[in-house]
Design a protein around this ligand. Sequence first.
Ligand code: DU
Ligand code: SF4
Length: 228
Amino acid sequence: HTLADLDARVSVCRACPRLVEWRETVARQDRRASFADEPYWGRPGPSFGDPDADTLIVGLAPAANGTNRTGRMFTGDASGDFLYAALHRTGYASQPTSVGAGDGLELDGIRIAAAVRCAPPANVPTPAERATCATWLGRDLELLGDRLRVIMTLGEIGWRGVLAATTTLGWVVPRPRPRFGHAAEATLHTPTGHPVRLVGCYHVSPHNTYTKRLTPAMLDDVLTSLRH
Ligand code: DU
Ligand code: SF4
């Protein structure tokens, strides 16, 4: 299987009934007024970016009117605008904005995934939904293989999703389990002994960016540190 096969398969997943209902209801009848006439994706969000990436960014979950509308990770909402501007400033993205399919955006060296691929009500997935979707994250990790050097998570849900997925895959995860924090770091090892850095970053949600808990400079610093 290739990453393109994986993207196709995750796009039709229906494993979490509550999230299937929510993603489809928003897409069908609860669109934000400003997007009322637009087509909505209404499905799980596949990962996006460079298939030869050595760096994986892991977010929380699609926004109901963001990725759930555009079908691309972090695309179509304020969180994504903040993230892609930073990826462009730090040389990972070909342009500072992500609008959706056909806009010409390419990422270089980076792939973006999420701990949960379907938009959850109030942006809060249940523990069972997180556990179920960790399987898809694990498949992304397996397909990136030994090219993968760094995983950066935006927020604690992503951090925990990575620890769950890698533990299931038989990676060596430090004990006690590393704790999430902004610029927190740990080293995981794949079953073949290949080291992978895990780096934490506060999530790019408006809750964090409007209050300046996460500033553009803080995000740029973490992104730049991924290259070291
Ligand atoms: O069709 P494709 O070349 O595999 O690209 C699919 C999708 O992935 C495209 O919308 C751009 C993105 N992408 C990227 O961001 N960086 C790459 O190096 C290659 C593809
Ligand atoms: Fe499938 Fe993940 Fe969506 Fe659940 S959240 S339905 S596991 S893609």
